[in-house]
Design a protein around this ligand. Structure first.
Ligand code: 13P
Length: 363
């Protein structure tokens, strides 16, 4: 078998690994604030705010202007293209504001989910065209890591082998392109929570998907130490009638990871996937306390579960901005505890803290 070509140099590998480690250094996770314009429309509509460029900027400013309390909780922020070039009210670039806190900047580089012909309603993700050039530009503009989201669905017949393999392959191609440009790729093969499947079926599918992802990573010579995995937690489908404890969710999740994710992978940063803010935190805490050996850092890369309270507090009103920022800081702090298994405030998983679920979630 021939050697990998072109190989990364030892210096490139070291830099990628150090970047990945910094993002998930102890107690730190990722704020996913890279909702596309279309996803922001849905978020802002929930609180009666018009989806204008200025309102999107205002809401991102609320998150990014959090004080130094977040520096020990957040290691990376994922930006959408538009946000990467926006500024605060006082003209400071958002990228500078985040980097000045010692937080790394990431960017969503995929171009969205598209139908995968030949399947029953499944998808792949586009965006490889021009990716190399975008990586060069984004790196110049301050980004050190990237995200690419693929989506898989569970039904009696899905995900198909075709969808599993196609999405694994496109994720691996994205990773190898990013790494050639010194950008740490976050690998996101999200299995949607839609459906009435139970915990066991979600675990089984998660294992099949992750096994295919890491086979493709090997085929494409991806340097695993210079990557982060962003998977779903293993949870029952939203319409499943059986309830499971956080410990059961944690055991299913860690078991699936242990069977499929090489120990060389630097960190696993879970998406929240429409769980309530509290539920996502409690599950992350239980995952970190799961009594199985766990060779990776297990942290968060939450979108909705870090932003929902802040959005509800803001509702587009200037006078609410400070309290909205405080809500975000509170979620960052509890998730920082949870990724160290030290969260003990699990009190309100119920009605007052609703799931943030939209069916067949797009991003
Ligand atoms: P949620 O945490 O809202 O699921 O989103 C995270 C994300 O970045 C999805 O791509």
């Amino acid at each position: 078998m021939s050697q990998q070509f072109p190989a990364l140099s030892e210096t490139q590998k070291r830099d990628l690994h150090e970047t990945a480690l910094r993002i998930v250094s102890p107690g730190r996770g990722i704020l996913a604030a890279d909702e596309s314009v279309g996803s922001m429309a849905k978020r802002l509509a929930q609180v009666g705010v018009e989806n204008s460029e200025e309102n999107r900027r205002q809401f991102r400013q609320i998150l990014f202007s959090a004080d130094d309390r977040i520096n020990s909780c957040i290691g990376g922020v994922i930006f959408f293209h538009e946000t990467l070039y926006q500024h605060t009210d006082h003209g400071v670039p958002f990228v500078k504001m985040i980097r000045d806190k010692g937080i790394l900047v990431g960017v969503k580089v995929d171009k969205g989910v598209v139908p995968l012909p030949g399947t029953c309603g499944e998808s792949t993700t586009q965006g490889l065209d021009g990716l190399s050039e975008r990586c060069v530009q984004y790196r110049k503009d301050g980004a050190s890591f990237a995200k690419w989201r693929c989506v898989l669905r569970i039904s009696d017949t899905n995900p198909s082998k075709l969808a599993i393999n196609e999405n694994a392959n496109v994720l691996a191609r994205y990773c190898s392109i990013c790494q050639q440009h010194g950008i740490v790729p976050i690998i996101e093969p999200e299995i949607l929570p839609d459906g009435d499947h139970d915990l066991r079926r979600c675990q089984y599918i998660t294992e099949k998907v992750l096994a295919a992802v890491y086979k493709a990573m090997s085929d494409h010579h991806v340097y695993l130490e210079g990557t982060l995995l962003k998977p779903n937690m293993v949870t029952p489908g939203h319409s499943c009638s059986t309830k499971y404890s956080p410990e059961e969710v944690a055991m299913a999740t860690v078991t699936a990871l242990r069977r499929t994710v090489p120990p060389a992978v630097t960190g696993v940063t879970f998406l929240s996937g429409g769980q309530s803010e509290e539920e996502a935190t409690v599950h992350l805490n239980a995952i970190n306390n799961c009594p199985l050996s766990k060779p990776w850092i297990l942290s968060f890369s939450f979108g909705r579960a870090l932003q929902a309270s802040a959005l509800r507090a803001w509702r587009g009103h200037k006078e609410n901005e400070k309290s909205a920022t405080e809500q975000f800081i509170k979620r960052a702090e509890v998730n920082s505890l949870a990724c160290q298994g030290k969260y003990s405030g699990a009190d309100n998983c119920g009605e007052t803290n609703p799931r943030i679920y939209g069916s067949y979630h797009t991003y």
